[in-house]
Design a protein around this ligand. Structure first.
Ligand code: DMJ
Length: 527
């Protein structure tokens, strides 16, 4: 499936953003940056194709330019472009790319991701800290830009932006994402819910439907995954308070409806295809029984139509007018992957098989796979969204490959890989991987390793400064004015690292032998 779609994109659509699978040509959609190729890059490695990964990573470095006069979605550019490049950067070692010294804390793909993300930062310069939805990559936010942004468009940055900040040492990305998250948190209603669209200047809710689907979905996803990746209790507390309100007001028979955010009254008794990520997210929190029941509800809709319609009326048990399409979205397959990992229940493999057969039968065309315009008669649309290669096929593949390194949980054979950092001392993948909302895996161990490295450097500088000031004072008395001799610097840095507060869950960043040698130095120096 992957190569049929991917080769068709390369043959017929590159360098456009997307393939048009009915006319066998290409179009720009979300920007003008060969979006499908950026989004598909890490899937190549997931499938084990290191040579094509290397070729495409180099090709993108040579051809993609973000200095373009294009109005781009801040949200989509972040999750697909910044997320795709960050993930490819973090996987470059496994892909056999030549690594520059300092990787994973530097590298050409990281610089591309940073370049793209920097183009988004002007959107966050509002009094509230909540970003505009669209930004011009060359000129910044247009003076005529609407200040109305959807909730997910405000709250879906912390994974990519914290990754950027912690790898590069530039905190401005993480700061911007956190400010936006805190502003959303403060804007919740008295009953603890958020609506669908907010005016980022006046902070007034413009659409007041509260639910877990379109316009909101990945905000909740990023609170949970941000809490896990960054060991951040503030984000987890926010999610848990939202979750109580969601369970209280929107959940009926393990379906999740839409309600008015201030009153809690039902506004739309529908299930949206995008909501199908929720059981997977619940499984990350350990709520397996509830996740399994909700999954079964959604799977019954899949069986009814051979796909998930964009909207499904729960009371009528049928599709909603003009929302009968299935654009090859990943969410139900994504949940199946998490739930199969958590439970081993073969129901989830069955869903994978159903999805695979259905997509082959309904959506396959001579040059790719087409979005389904109407699940009732299988009419097709001339579009193949980039998430089909980034997410749908990746999650299908991972569902059927339970020993894949991306499932690793810190066990050596399962996922860790010792390389990177200044002296090759990062055990990458040792803390597992976190998928961003476009299924781009991020490596918490790399974040920890790089930020620890820059903290160590900072602490070393601080210590040297204070020592040289102290020496200066005593030197003034004794006539000497130098700092400590250079051979003591490493041991000072190692001692300063020992004072850090341990993380909530630990991810090893160095092989034990390297740790031991640092301790050894300390003992030697002390002796
Ligand atoms: C993807 O771009 C992301 O998963 C996003 O969070 C929601 N929409 C699509 C997939 O359906």
């Amino acid at each position: 499936m992957f190569y049929h779609a991917y080769n068709s994109y390369l043959d017929n659509a590159f360098p456009y953003d997307e393939l048009r699978p009915l006319t066998c040509d290409g179009q720009d959609t979300w920007g003008s940056f060969s979006l499908t190729l950026i989004d598909a890059l890490d899937t190549l490695l997931v499938l084990g194709n290191r040579t094509e990964f290397q070729r495409v990573a180099s090709l993108l470095q040579d051809t993609v330019d973000f200095d373009i006069d294009v109005n781009a979605s801040v949200f989509e550019t972040n999750i697909r472009v910044v997320g795709g490049l960050l993930s490819a950067h973090l996987l470059a070692g496994r892909a056999g790319m030549e690594l520059e010294p300092g990787w994973p804390c530097s590298g050409p793909l990281l610089r591309m991701a940073e370049d793209a993300a920097r183009k988004l930062l002007p959107a966050f310069q509002t009094a509230s800290g909540m970003p505009y939805g669209t930004v011009n990559l060359l000129h910044g936010v247009s003076p005529s830009e609407t200040p109305v942004t959807c909730t997910a468009g405000v709250g879906t940055f912390i994974l990519e932006f914290a990754t950027l900040s912690r790898l590069t040492g530039d905190g401005s990305f993480e700061d911007a994402a956190r400010r936006a998250l805190r502003a959303l948190w403060k804007s919740r209603s008295d009953i603890g819910l958020v609506g669908n669209h907010i005016d980022v200047l006046s902070r007034k809710w413009v659409a007041q439907d509260a639910g877990i689907g379109a316009g909101v979905d990945s905000y909740f996803e990023y609170l949970v995954k941000g809490a896990v990746m960054l060991q951040d209790e503030e984000l987890l507390d926010m999610f848990q308070e939202f979750d109580r309100a969601i369970q209280n007001y929107t959940r009926f028979d393990d379906w999740y409806l839409w309600v008015q955010m201030h009153k809690g009254t039902v506004s739309m008794p529908i299930f949206q295809s995008l909501e199908a990520f929720w059981p997977g997210l619940q499984s990350l929190l350990g709520n397996l029984d509830s996740a399994a029941r909700t999954f079964q509800n959604y799977y019954s809709v899949w069986r009814q139509f051979g796909g998930l319609p964009e909207f499904y009326s729960i009371p009528q048990g049928y599709t909603v007018d003009k929302r009968e399409g299935y654009p090859l979205r990943p969410e139900l397959i994504e949940s199946a992957m998490y739930l199969f990992r958590a439970s081993g229940d073969h129901t989830y493999l069955q869903l994978g098989l159903d999805a695979l057969e259905s997509i082959e039968r309904i959506a396959k065309t001579p040059c790719g796979y087409a979005s389904v315009k109407d699940l009732r008669d299988h009419q097709l649309d001339n579009r193949m969204e980039s998430f089909f290669l980034a997410e749908t096929i990746k999650y299908l593949y991972l569902l059927f490959d339970p020993s894949h390194f991306l499932h690793g949980g810190g066990v050596e054979w399962d996922g860790s890989w010792e390389e990177g950092g200044e002296a090759g001392q990062c055990v990458l993948g040792a803390g597992g991987f976190i998928f961003n909302t476009e299924a781009h895996p991020l490596d918490p161990a790399a974040l920890y390793c790089c930020s620890r490295h820059s903290q160590d450097q900072q602490e070393l500088r601080d210590i040297l400064l204070s020592l040289s000031q102290a020496e200066g004072k005593s030197g003034q008395q004794s006539g000497r004015a130098e700092g400590p001799p250079p051979d003591q610097l490493d041991s000072i840095a190692a001692r300063s690292g020992d004072r850090k507060t341990p993380p909530l869950l630990s991810c090893p960043v160095q092989p034990f032998s390297a740790r031991l040698s640092i301790l050894g130095q300390v003992f030697t120096d002390k002796a």
